[in-house]
Design a protein around this ligand. Structure first.
Ligand SMILES: O=C(O)CCC(=O)N[C@@H](CCC(=O)O)C(=O)O
Ligand SMILES: [Zn+2]
Length: 350
């Protein structure tokens, strides 16, 4: 039998899994223990901790943050939840897997170390002829932890994954979610109601597969998955946590209640957008005609310049085409800009 890992006393007494993960950037010895209230705690790796309450559960919930290390507000939310669960001030009624995606990138205060983790899921971590690095190894492991977590759930459990981020730029719609491409399956109003309760009334509907964590759990595990953008990137200590209160309360209810009642769906409560197109950076000289403080959801008139990739200019081809996640510094071949157009709630909702 292996010796008790030396972090276990600290974890049990403080619940500070964030510090333990940051102190063990790429690997942490697994361990298990049971809280007095019967909840089983399973540390799978650095940044990966599972809670299994003693009661029968109906939901398997993955809450990830720090897929980008400088997006601190979601990390602080998860840190608070984990501490409350371990101190037993919050009692669970559902299974939860918390993931801090990239502890080393938290420590260096950057989006990633070598490579953007959120471009490596759905198998893209392992590609013939491409050398592995720490982030590729991590993406492969995270897929395995999520797979095992869902596989061990009660038969028929509802699966969900909320991958919590903050955006580099300010946004006209401060909080928004990305609904991964569902390959023709209907979007769920109940999920929109959950998001609204989190303070997120704006949702972007993707129209193609992606290499993101949320697309992976949606596509491979049939989970209700979203990338959720909760505000703008800020360093630790500079987040106004009152802006995340609704999100924290809604997540608390989700994991601690047997069933959560949301208000009745009303299309007027939402702003929905369809992704119009993705513009990739293929050339070194890639630029935008707008400044670094142009906000997400800024609309452009038809014919206006949106981006220039080498010798290729991209012009808005519909009135009001709006920019999301513009980033001229992404690696070659990666998404430098998404554009969206408003979308009505149509019959593809259940
Ligand atoms: O603000 C930005 O430019 C990026 C914020 C962020 O990390 N967004 C995610 C979205 C993932 C998705 O499309 O579902 C990302 O770019 O990875
Ligand atoms: Zn992010």
């Amino acid at each position: 039998m292996s010796a008790t890992p030396n972090y276990l006393n600290l974890l049990q007494s403080t619940g500070d899994f964030l510090t333990i993960s940051r102190d063990n950037e790429w690997h942490l010895e697994p361990s298990q223990f049971t809280l007095n209230n019967g909840t089983r705690v399973n540390v799978h790796d650095t940044g990966v901790i599972e809670f299994q309450p003693a009661v029968t559960t109906s939901k398997d919930i993955v809450l990830s943050s720090a897929v980008h290390g400088n997006e601190t507000a979601p990390i602080e939310i998860c840190d608070e939840l984990i501490k409350q669960i371990i101190s037993q001030s919050l009692e669970l009624n559902q299974r939860v897997l918390f993931i801090y995606g990239n502890p080393k990138s938290i420590n260096i205060g950057l989006r990633f170390v070598e490579e953007n983790l959120n471009r490596l899921f759905n198998g893209h971590h392992t590609v013939d002829g491409v050398e592995m690095n720490d982030e590729r190894v991590r993406a492969a492991k995270l897929e395995r932890y999520v797979t095992d977590f869902f596989a061990r759930g009660e038969k028929g459990s509802e699966r969900s994954h909320y991958d919590l981020h903050t955006a580099i730029r300010g946004s006209k719609n401060e909080k928004f979610a990305v609904y991964p491409f569902l390959h023709g399956k209907p979007w769920k109003k109940s999920q929109l109601q959950f998001l609204l309760s989190c303070g997120v009334n704006t949702v972007l509907m993707m129209k193609s597969p992606a290499t993101t964590f949320s697309y992976y759990s949606s596509f491979v595990h049939g989970a209700d998955s979203f990338t959720v953008e909760l505000g703008q990137v800020k360093p630790f200590g500079q987040n106004d946590m009152t802006r995340f209160e609704k999100t924290k309360q809604t997540l608390t209810a989700l994991i601690s209640q047997k069933e959560v009642e949301y208000p009745q769906f009303n299309a007027k409560d939402f702003e929905l957008f369809a992704v119009h197109r993705t513009i990739n950076r293929t050339q070194e000289d890639f630029s935008f005609p707008f400044s670094d403080d142009a906000e997400n959801f800024t609309g452009f008139a038809k014919g206006e310049l949106l981006a220039t990739d080498g010798n290729t200019p991209y012009f808005a081809d519909v009135e009001g085409e709006a920019i999301i996640f513009p980033n001229a510094k992404v690696a070659l071949g990666q998404r430098a800009l998404l554009t969206v157009v408003p979308m009505a709630i149509d019959s593809n909702f259940v």
